[in-house]
Design a binder for this molecule. Structure first.
Ligand code: DAK
Length: 259
């Protein structure tokens, strides 16, 4: 029998699936797991996948955060390096042409929620619990959480979550914009159905749309309009925009070529 890998990479049809595979530790993020996630993202990025799905093995957790058993005895340099590794690994997802989808099938806590918020979109099962409980460990989020969370749910809600460490259920997460959809178990099936809603569109054009929206948080309004004008004009130069308009006028489905 092949050895169990802490992170598994596989394909389901046109989608790459990255599975955190330490269910006995609720898929906690050891340093090795973070490195393996980075390698799996690289593998997916080099493939012809239309979307990357990230989930956790088992029925209990997407990921219960950083592996607390590794916390002891880290000096300041090692601690900074580990944080940087987590931030940089999750940030890889931002700059990929391929969109990513967190498939939250249970707990998504601390670094687990930070991984989920680094994905383009998030779905969760109704039993999911999401939170950043670092404060209970005398810590604050360190894999991008203090920056991505307020951008997604607003400063007030992010402060509430960071300061109380409380978990929010799937319904509340949906109502605050922390997740995009609630799906039935098995969550991967629901995620695939969701991904199929956009996977047939032009990947570069999906990327322009993602980039314009993401940069809204980082730009003054006039600068944001400029970014939108530039990316819209870029999309307009693509073959796929000609195909989209032609298909509409010919009353047929478009056949996008990612060009
Ligand atoms: N790390 C290691 N093991 C974990 C774990 C974690 N985060 N979460 C759960 N486990 C393990 C448990 O120890 C248990 O192992 P055994 O005792 O069976 O060997 C097994 O998974 C099942 O967990 P429970 O028995 O606790 O399951 P329950 O259903 O009773 O509770 C729970 C589920 C999710 C409520 C509970 O397990 C829990 O509270 N887990 C911890 C959640 C958490 O606090 N996560 C960490 C957040 S902090 C950094 C510094 C800090 C960070 C990052 C970087 N640098 C300086 C580099 C912090 C990041 C975080 O993510």
């Amino acid at each position: 029998m092949p050895a169990k890998l802490p992170v598994e990479y596989s394909r389901i049809d046109e989608f790459a699936l990255i599975t955190l595979n330490r269910p006995e530790a609720l898929n906690a993020l050891s340093v090795q797991v973070v490195k393996d996630i980075g390698a799996a993202i690289d593998e997916a990025a080099a493939s012809d996948a239309r979307a990357i799905l990230i989930t956790g093995a088992g029925e209990k957790a997407f990921c219960a955060g950083a592996d607390i058993s590794e916390f002891m005895g880290r000096n300041i340099v090692e601690a900074m390096a580990a944080t940087e590794l987590g931030q940089n690994t999750f940030a890889k997802l931002d700059s990929l042409t391929i969109p990513s989808l967190a498939v939250i099938n249970g707990y998504a806590l601390g670094g687990g929620l930070e991984l989920a918020t680094a994905c383009t979109l998030r779905v969760a099962t109704s039993n999911a619990n999401l939170g950043v409980p670092e404060i209970k460990l005398g810590l604050i989020p360190g894999y991008g959480g203090t920056q991505r969370l307020p951008r997604l749910v607003g400063q007030g809600r992010a402060l509430d979550m960071v300061m109380t460490g409380r978990m929010v259920g799937a319904e509340e997460a949906l109502s605050m914009g922390l997740i995009n959809r609630i799906v039935e178990a098995p969550a991967v099936d629901g995620a695939i159905a969701y991904a199929r809603e956009f996977a047939g569109y032009s990947l570069p054009v999906l990327r322009y749309g993602r980039e314009a929206v993401m940069r809204a948080d980082q730009s003054a309004l006039t600068e944001g309009f400029q970014i939108e004008r530039d990316l819209n004009t870029l999309a307009f130069q693509g073959e796929d925009s000609t195909e989209g308009a032609t298909a509409f006028l010919e009353k047929r489905a478009p056949n996008f070529k990612d060009r």
